[in-house]
Design a protein around this ligand. Structure first.
Ligand code: SF4
Length: 206
C-alpha cells in the first residue's frame, strides 16, 4: 500500500505537461482560463453523485474511486453498469484532441474499478460534449503499462518536491498556469544562462 495516494486527475496533467502536474500537485497552484472554465461548466452535469437508469444501464455519476495497489484516489464522472459489464466514462469539453491525455486518466479509473469490484474492465469511454460523441477506449496492455509508468513517475516527482523543467511550446498557450509558470521568461533565461529576475542591462533596473 502507498502512503500518499495520487489524485487520478494528475495523470492527465502529467500527460499534458509534467511541469503543469508539478505546479498543481506539488505547489498547489491553480488558475482558471477559458479552457478550464469550459471544462468546469461541462462537468457540472456529472459532479453530483446520483444513480440513474439510462437506456437499460445503471449509471453512477461522480463515483468515488480508489486503488490501494496503485495508490490512487479520485472519482469517475460516470460509471456504466450494463449486463454485468462495468465501463468508466470521462466527460471532456473538447472535440477529441485531448484523447491521448484523457485515456491515461480513464485507464487509471479502470484500474481502481477492477480492484474495487474484482472484475476485468476491457474498455472505457470518452464523451466529448462539444461534438456529443462517445469514443470507446480499449484498455490495452500497452495503455495499462503507460498508465502504471506515469503513476510511478508522478509519485517520484511529487515525493522529490522538485518542479519538472519548463518547456516553452504550443501547449503553453492553452495552459491556465502560464502566469505562474513563466515558460517564456524561464526558457529565455536558460538559453542566456542568467536569472529572469536579474537585471540584464542598466535599463532593466527599476
Ligand atoms: S505554461 Fe507550458 S511549461 Fe508551464 S506548466 Fe503550462 S504547459 Fe507546462
Amino acid at each position: 500500500m502507498h502512503p500518499e495516494p495520487i489524485l487520478i486527475s494528475a495523470l492527465e496533467h502529467w500527460s499534458y505537461c509534467p511541469r503543469q502536474c508539478g505546479l498543481i500537485h506539488i505547489e498547489h497552484v491553480w488558475d482558471e482560463n477559458l479552457f478550464t472554465l469550459r471544462g468546469q461548466i461541462a462537468h457540472e452535469r456529472v459532479d453530483e453523485p446520483v444513480t440513474r437508469s439510462e437506456r437499460g444501464a445503471r449509471v453512477e455519476r461522480a463515483l468515488p474511486l480508489w486503488s490501494e495497489v496503485h495508490g490512487l484516489t479520485g472519482k469517475a464522472d460516470a460509471v456504466e453498469f450494463r449486463n454485468g459489464k462495468i465501463t468508466p466514462i470521462e466527460y471532456k469539453i473538447g472535440d477529441g484532441s485531448q484523447a491521448v491525455h484523457a485515456s491515461l486518466q480513464l485507464c487509471a479509473q479502470a484500474l481502481c474499478l477492477e480492484e474495487m469490484f474484482g472484475q476485468a474492465i476491457p474498455e472505457g469511454a470518452l464523451y466529448f460534449i462539444k461534438t456529443r460523441q462517445r469514443q470507446t477506449v480499449e484498455l490495452t496492455a500497452d495503455l495499462r503499462s503507460q498508465t502504471v509508468q506515469a503513476i510511478a513517475e508522478i509519485r517520484a516527482s511529487i515525493e522529490s518536491g522538485v518542479l519538472p523543467e519548463v518547456r516553452w511550446d504550443r501547449r503553453c498557450f492553452k495552459c491556465s498556469l502560464i502566469d505562474a509558470c513563466l515558460p517564456q521568461a524561464l526558457t529565455a533565461a536558460e538559453s542566456q544562462k542568467v536569472s529572469p529576475f536579474q537585471p540584464r542591462t542598466e535599463a532593466d533596473l527599476p
